[in-house]
Design a protein around this ligand. Structure first.
Ligand code: G3I
Length: 484
């Protein structure tokens, strides 16, 4: 982990003056205040250095003053939260959730199913479909369940599309795709929804800010969202990471086009990892004109964000140029709002100017008031409770749950049922307050249950072919299912 270098006395003084400068402005003139007035969330990551208490004090002071949404750079990924099979480590994530609750910040969870930063032990099950499904289901159920009601939104699947000009699923170097197939995506969304029905669920990817031309990643995303929505897979948002360079001037309008395409599907578009980097070689040679150009691009993204009604979060992948993955891994530099001395750059001023140019009365929000003004959580008991819903039904304890990939069944009246192993999910408008009856092939009733969650445990039913009837209000669906 990078050691913190003692800031020179001069730099520290400058940093404090810089921070002081911002604070000297009218108290309400922070990005956070203007974002809140507009029903939007603007924020950035907590770098890994923060989690290790190895970052300058200015970092947190600016973070909680200027922003109202937060995401962990690495500490909620698979390798961090489940370093050993079925042994979870939530300590660092809990630290961020506690910080967010104490400072009124919305929390994004990043990322549940991703080909990268998967714990090494998962690769022991390469190619074993049933086992990988059980591993992924267990991971998602335990991680989302642990922070149920505390994490507003999850990147359920991250970067599952290849970088080809004729986009398709990422089919190599992905233990999930290679072992399960594309079914892992649908299953991940359904399992995340089961673990926290109130969380918003995103598909997140990079290079989807390059336009909707035939074969592009962005158009592939839109096609998949159409399919997911049609099948009542519970996706609610798409994240465009938007890691770009100063020369990528067409990208703000491409993001607007993607927002409009997703608005037609009733899905939110969030900017989730924005940075606008300069080529690494330019470090130390950048001029005021360069920084102004960077500000202009940030301004355009913020204009698009505020003008598109289905955009909700604007997250920058770093607070200060002093701590950025760009320098460490990307061969780029200085892509953020605050410089290495924590002073605001023209990019910060541009974001503020865009917010002020879009009065709160003109900015629409995709969020209900319950999200914009949640009950005060600071008084919340912060001891980590086991929030998983205890299922009290007496169950056959022999190991049977061979978590299958989600299979979808017919959908008249916008009811859809999905079955995975021995769990039946009712999705769509009928999910709440649905009744499920299962009959054997001779029409004899063998199972009946109704509940408000839309999730039914069929583990008491022996393998075989059955007829299932789902009813909710006037809607009903009858279809055959195979349980094994
Ligand atoms: O924690 C270990 C530390 O113990 C070890 O001493 C050190 C040795 O290099 O490595 C540390 O792990 C590093 C980790 O960041 C935590 O700092 C990994 O090597 C390093 O690869 C990892 O990089 C992260 C990268 O994702 C990995 O893919 C970056 O910080 C993070 O900013 C970046 O974020 C991703 C998003 O999650 C997804 N979208 C792209 C974005 C940029 O790649």
């Amino acid at each position: 982990m990078k050691k913190i270098h003692a800031l020179s006395h001069f730099a520290l003084c400058t940093a404090i003056i810089g921070v002081g400068f911002m604070n000297a402005q009218a108290a309400d003139e922070t990005i956070r205040q203007l974002a809140k007035e507009r029903g939007r969330f603007i924020g950035t990551i907590l770098n890994s250095e923060w989690f290790n208490d190895a970052i300058e004090p200015e970092f947190e002071e600016i973070h909680k003053t200027q922003f109202n949404v937060v995401v962990a750079e690495n500490e909620m990924k698979f390798d961090a939260t489940e370093p050993k099979e079925d042994e979870f480590n939530f300590e660092k994530g809990d630290k961020m959730v506690k910080y967010a609750q104490a400072n009124g910040l919305r929390v994004r969870g990043h990322a549940l199913a991703w080909h990268s930063q998967v714990a090494n032990w998962v690769n022991n099950y390469k190619g074993q479909k049933q086992k990988l499904l059980a591993v992924l289901k267990n991971h998602i159920t335990k991680v989302v369940g642990h922070w149920k009601g505390q994490i507003a939104e999850w990147d359920v699947v991250n970067e599952a599309i290849n970088d080809d000009y004729n986009a398709d699923w990422r089919s190599t170097n992905s233990v999930w795709y290679e072992g399960i197939g594309a079914e892992f995506l649908d299953s991940a969304f359904v399992w995340a929804h089961e673990a926290d029905p109130d969380a918003e669920l995103c598909y997140n990817d990079y290079s989807i800010e390059w336009g909707l031309r035939e074969g592009s990643k962005a158009s592939f995303v839109v096609e998949q969202v159409k399919r997911w929505k049609k099948n009542n897979i519970p996706i609610t948002c798409v994240g465009t990471q938007t890691h770009i360079e100063i020369a990528h001037e067409t990208t703000p309008q491409n993001v607007r086009a993607l927002a409009k395409a997703l608005a037609e599907l009733g899905v939110t578009l969030n900017i989730t990892e924005l940075d606008i980097g300069f080529p690494k070689g330019s470090a130390g040679k950048l001029t005021a004109a360069d920084y102004a150009k960077q500000g202009h691009l940030y301004r355009q993204f913020m204009d698009v964000f505020l003008e598109e009604p289905n955009m909700g979060e604007f997250v920058i992948w770093g607070l200060t140029d002093a701590h950025s993955w760009l320098d460490e891994q990307q061969g780029k530099t200085e892509g953020l709002l605050f410089d290495k001395q924590y002073k605001p750059k023209p990019a910060y001023d541009s974001v503020m100017a865009s917010l002020k140019a879009h009065p709160a009365s003109e900015v629409k929000t995709p969020y209900p008031d319950s999200i914009l003004n949640p009950p005060d959580t600071t008084a919340k008991d912060t001891t980590v409770k086991d929030t998983t819903v205890k299922d009290t039904t007496v169950r056959d304890t022999t190991v049977k749950d061979t978590s299958d990939a989600i299979k979808m069944f017919a959908i008249p009246n916008n009811i859809s049922i999905h079955i995975a192993g021995r769990t039946l999910f009712v999705m769509g408008t009928a999910a709440k307050d649905s009744k499920v009856e299962v009959f054997d092939m001779q029409g004899r009733p063998i199972f009946s249950m109704e509940n408000s969650k839309g999730v039914f445990d069929l583990s008491s039913i022996a393998d075989g072919l059955y007829v299932v009837r789902v009813r909710s209000g006037s809607a009903s669906l009858v279809t055959r299912i195979s349980i094994r």
